[in-house]
Ligand binder design. Structure first.
Ligand code: MD6
Ligand code: FE
Length: 215
């Protein structure tokens, strides 16, 4: 894919970003009323935390997790743990509405039977960004990544299998879901600095959660 792409779609539409990668416009909107209290609960049990990268930088995105495993970092690098190192307790369990949304979105993108064991919950305040990276700490690479966006809009960068490959800029709005797996599973991706355009329900923040099958 060489051209920049601006798939402004209507809710219910599906835009292909690759052979096995799709933007499901507004897919999470029907779940909104159940998602928001679930996020509040997770945030209370496992407060957002700015991870320090193995390179010593503080991430601008604040992270939490739910599910059996949570993604975190230590001096050795990124890893999945059963205990939240910041609270000493297990990560909050994955709410049913999260599981349903993840499985239904994955199935809509052609991945039946998706049963995630980890969900990263990311909070972007204005200016927060995520540099190009691959999601590669998961052992099971046959399962897709399912990524749900709520709150303020952002521009998602979706690249190729090499960091230097051209990226497309994909606007993500409240309720959008991106699924990438199969031959697209290891594509580089990131998020451009989030602009402060407060969302009616969530204010000046973007919440993203990404589901993975780790083991
Ligand atoms: C997004 N997030 O926020 C995509 N990956 O739209 C990610 O790709 C991501 O937020 C690894 C760790 C945290 C993330
Ligand atoms: Fe990622």
């Amino acid at each position: 894919m060489t051209l920049e792409l601006f798939p402004f779609g209507d809710a219910g539409e599906r835009t292909a970003l690759g052979r096995h990668a799709f933007l499901l416009h507004g897919f999470a909107l029907p779940y909104e009323a159940r998602l928001l209290p679930a996020i509040d609960h997770i945030q209370t049990e496992a407060p957002f935390h700015h991870l320090v990268t193995p390179g010593g930088h503080v991430m601008s995105v604040a992270l939490s997790n739910c599910g059996r495993l949570g993604w975190t970092s230590d001096e050795q690098g990124y890893c999945y743990t059963e205990i939240n190192p910041h609270t000493g307790r297990p990560w909050p369990s994955m709410p049913d509405v999260f599981r349903e949304l993840a499985a239904n979105a994955a199935a809509t993108a052609g991945f039946d039977g998706f049963a995630p064991d980890a969900c990263l919950v990311n909070q972007y305040l204005p200016g927060a960004r995520l540099t190009l990276h691959q999601d590669k700490n998961e052992r099971d690479l046959s399962a897709p990544i399912v990524s749900v966006s709520l709150g303020m809009s952002a521009v998602f960068l979706f690249g190729g299998l090499e960091r230097s490959d051209k990226t497309v800029r994909v606007p993500l709005k409240h309720g959008d879901v991106v699924v990438w797996g199969g031959e697209d599973r290891m594509r580089y991706h990131g998020v451009m600095p989030v602009q402060d355009a407060p969302h009616p329900l969530l204010g000046s923040q973007r919440i993203n959660f990404t589901f993975r099958k780790v083991i």
